[in-house]
Ligand binder design. Structure first.
Ligand code: MN
Length: 334
C-alpha cells in the first residue's frame, strides 16, 4: 500500500531550556475592507497561531527513552491540547549496542490511551493482559489502557544488540468518562496500513494515522474525533490542514523548518499551538521537513491526573490507586 518512508538526515540538537520563542502574527490575509455587517464567509480563514514553543529539556523515561515532554511547557495544556494529555518526543538519538534490556519497567495505566509511534528503531512492549508486540519504523501502537493494565516498554532485544538510532514518540490520549473503565485493548497499526496522500506538485506526502486527510482515512479507531498526521514536506512544499475552530490543533516540527500560515517561522523541534479560530492552517517547508499534526475535538470533562492514572474525579483516582495496590490490574513480571 505504501513504500517505506525515506530517511532524512535529522537534526538532534535540543536546546537545554524551555522558553517561548515567538507569538504568531494574528494578522489575517490582507484583503478589501468588508463592511462589518457583511463578513466574507466564502473563503476559509486561517487558524491564527497561539504560540510557537521551543523544545523543553530532555529527560529519561526509565533508561531507554530520551524524551522531551512538550505538554509540560504549554500553559493550560490539559484544555488547549485535549484530548491529548502528553507528548513525549524522542528525537533521533543513537544507542550503543547492548544486551541489557533498556527501557521502562512495569508501570500501570488507567483512564486513557497510550499511542507509540516509531520512525527509527524498534520498541517492544508487554502487558498484564498477556498482550505484547514490537513497534518498528512506520508502525503505531494504539493501546487503550482504559480500566487498567500493567505495562512495560523497552528496546527490542535484537535491535538493541545491534544498536542504532531511535526516533519515536509517545502520546497519551484521554478517554471520555464513558470509556475510561472499558476493557483494555490494542490496535497494532503497521506502516502498511496507514492512509497515504501524495501532495500535488511534489510538495510531499501525508501518512494518515487517525482521522482523515483529503478524503483518505487512517486506520486508528478512536473514542473521540482525532486527526493524527505524519507529514513529510519537500523544501518549498505547502500543506493545507483543514481544521474546524472547535478542534484543538498543534504541530510538532521533527525535522527541518516550516513557515506557518505564510508568516511565522517554526524551527526543528518547535511546537506550534493554534488558536480555536478559523478553518485551515498552512505549513510551507523552508527545508525538507517532517512534522506531526495533532488535531482533536476537546473532551469537555474535568481531568484529574495522578501519574499514570487519568480520571474525572479525585475519588476515581483514589479508587485507581487502591485497585492497583490490591492487584486488580493483574500481574506482569519485571
Ligand atoms: Mn506504558
Amino acid at each position: 500500500m505504501k513504500k517505506t518512508l525515506s530517511r532524512r538526515q535529522l537534526l538532534t540538537a535540543v536546546p537545554p531550556a524551555a522558553f517561548l520563542i515567538g507569538v504568531g502574527s494574528q494578522a489575517m490575509p490582507k484583503g478589501p475592507m468588508q463592511p462589518a455587517n457583511a463578513p466574507d464567509n466564502s473563503k476559509p480563514k486561517l487558524r491564527p497561531i497561539d504560540a510557537v514553543f521551543a523544545p523543553p529539556s530532555v529527560h529519561w523515561v526509565g533508561d531507554g527513552f530520551r524524551v522531551a515532554g512538550y505538554m509540560n511547557v504549554i500553559p493550560d495544556a490539559a484544555k488547549r491540547l485535549s484530548p491529548f494529555l502528553l507528548l513525549d518526543y524522542h528525537a533521533p538519538y543513537t544507542y550503543e549496542p547492548t544486551t541489557r534490556a533498556r527501557g521502562v519497567g512495569v508501570h500501570p495505566h488507567r483512564g486513557f490511551e497510550t499511542v507509540t509511534l516509531a520512525w527509527q528503531g524498534s520498541v517492544a512492549h508487554h502487558d498484564s493482559t498477556g498482550a505484547g508486540g514490537i513497534i518498528g519504523p512506520g508502525d503505531v501502537q494504539w493501546m487503550t489502557a482504559a480500566s487498567g493494565i500493567l505495562h512495560k516498554e523497552y528496546h527490542e532485544s535484537a535491535w538493541a544488540k545491534q544498536g542504532g538510532t531511535m526516533h519515536m514518540a509517545q502520546l497519551w490520549v484521554n478517554l471520555p468518562r464513558s470509556d475510561k473503565m472499558r476493557k483494555p485493548g490494542y490496535q497494532p497499526l503497521t506502516a502498511a496500513e496507514m492512509g497515504l496522500v501524495t501532495l500535488d506538485e511534489g510538495a510531499g506526502r501525508v501518512r494518515i494515522i487517525a482521522g482523515e486527510y483529503a478524503g483518505v482515512k487512517g486506520p486508528a479507531r478512536t473514542a473521540t474525533k482525532i486527526t493524527l498526521l505524519d507529514v513529510e514536506l519537500s523544501a518549498g512544499g505547502t500543506i493545507r490542514i483543514p481544521s474546524p475552530a472547535r478542534e484543538n490543533l498543534s504541530v510538532l516540527v521533527m525535522a527541518g523548518a516550516v513557515t506557518v500560515n505564510g508568516d511565522t517561522h517554526a524551527p526543528t523541534n518547535s511546537f506550534v499551538l493554534f488558536k480555536n479560530e478559523g478553518d485551515v492552517a498552512t505549513l510551507t517547508a523552508s527545508t525538507d521537513a517532517h512534522v506531526l499534526v495533532l488535531g482533536g475535538e476537546p473532551i469537555d470533562e474535568p481531568v484529574v491526573q495522578y501519574g499514570p492514572f487519568v480520571m474525572n474525579t479525585r475519588q476515581e483516582i483514589a479508587q485507581a490507586y487502591q485497585d492497583f495496590q490490591s492487584g486488580k490490574f493483574g500481574f506482569l513480571a519485571d
